[in-house]
Design a protein around this ligand. Structure first.
Ligand SMILES: Nc1nc2c(ncn2[C@@H]2O[C@H](COP(=O)(O)OP(=O)(O)OP(=O)(O)O)[C@@H](O)[C@H]2O)c(=O)[nH]1
Ligand SMILES: [Mg+2]
Length: 339
């Protein structure tokens, strides 16, 4: 009998609908320590059945209001929905978290909906590695859809939202929002665009701007031939939500085509990126732990101008393993490629 606090036991509970168990598991994922590792092993083989959707856009674009509507639409189709509201700022931004809870509060009593705010605090690889792990957990626990809301302001947040099966980028009319989105790299990650607050002036112009930008960018057509549709929505009233859900389903069908090869490729690429990010984070931790005092002393020398950056990294890497400090010969004579 597995111990009642073990990851396996909690996972069995979560799959049977125990929300307390699921909450505890998500805390393990956020902490990212040994219990999290055990859990990662347990969920990896079980996940894959859920459709994950990233919802990103500028602060206040209406992401939570929209997410709330999408939850309702999916519930009407009898789908179980897990939501990760990723809080990119500090662990102390209680205001934003509270706001999300209020806006998604319609579903607080619904057994088929689970909403969790994620913070990056503590975890080794930050949000970039916590979020996919948490999404896998919700997937393994039997949710049909996992929605991930992030504020698309920084590179990491865009990456987190992009690391889903379907990425929805939420824009607003006016303010040159389409241009801002392009600058933030959101054009590349978007599978579906929502022009939310379409009750305000400028929605059609925003759509035209975006269409023009998509005409110029061939990145999507080059990969899977899917051109991101642009859906005007009023999240406040629910107008446009059925069209958005149709787009999500159409994108899922597109990735499922050809015996699911596009989807498999996309998920495999994501896993590769995730492993790489985790590896870098773990190596960084190992190096800094091992280097300890050498790290501080070496940095002092660099700051004082007595040591160059390459030699400094050699000194630090050598504390982990001398073989890692592959110092180039000072004369350059020993390098076979330099002749
Ligand atoms: N006029 C109008 N206002 C909207 C619409 N959708 C959302 N809002 C308002 O926009 C404000 C921000 O909505 P949120 O859903 O919290 O936006 P968000 O993108 O989740 O915000 P953050 O998570 O703080 O970045 C709220 O006051 C909403 O009522 C809409 O379709 N039309
Ligand atoms: Mg929000």
């Amino acid at each position: 009998v597995p111990d009642p606090g073990s990851a396996d036991e909690l996972l069995a509970g979560a799959s049977a609908g125990d929300r307390g168990a699921l909450a505890r598991l998500l805390t393990l994922v956020e902490r990212g320590d040994d219990a999290g590792r055990e859990l990662s092993r347990a969920t990896f083989g079980l996940a894959g059945g859920a459709w994950t959707v990233g919802i990103t856009g500028a602060p206040g674009a209406g992401k939570s209001t929209l997410t709330n509507r999408v939850i309702a639409a999916l519930r009407a189709r009898d789908q179980r929905v897990g939501v990760l509201a990723v809080d990119p700022s500090s662990p102390f931004s209680g205001g934003a978290l509270l706001g999300d809870r209020v806006r998604m509060g319609d579903h607080a009593l619904d057994e088929g909906v689970f909403i969790r705010s994620m913070a990056s605090r503590g975890h080794l690889g930050g949000l970039a590695s916590t979020t996919p792990e948490a999404a896998r957990l919700l997937d393994a626990a039997g949710f049909d859809w996992v929605l991930v809301e992030t504020v698309g302001v920084g590179q990491v947040e865009v990456e987190v939202a992009g690391a889903t099966d379907t990425t929805v980028v939420v824009l607003n009319p006016g303010w040159g929002d389409a241009v801002q989105a392009a600058k933030a790299g959101l054009l590349e990650v978007a599978d579906v665009f929502v022009i939310n607050k379409a009750d305000r002036p400028g929605a059609q112009e925003a759509q035209a701007d975006l269409e023009a930008m998509l005409d110029l960018s061939s990145s999507h057509l080059a990969t899977d031939g899917w051109r991101p549709p642009i859906v005007p929505v009023v999240a406040l009233t629910g107008e446009g939500i059925p069209a958005l859900v149709e787009c999500l389903l159409a994108h899922r069908d597109a990735l499922d085509a050809d015996q699911g090869r596009p989807l498999a490729a996309r998920r495999a690429d994501r896993l590769e990126a995730e492993v790489e990010a985790l590896l870098v984070a773990r190596l960084r931790r190992r190096v800094l732990d091992a280097a300890g005092p050498v790290w501080a002393a070496t940095l002092d020398q660099v700051r004082a101008g007595r040591l160059d950056p390459w030699s400094a990294t050699d000194a630090v890497l050598a504390t982990l393993d001398p073989a890692l400090a592959d110092r180039a010969p000072a004369t350059g004579g020993g390098d076979p490629e330099s002749s």
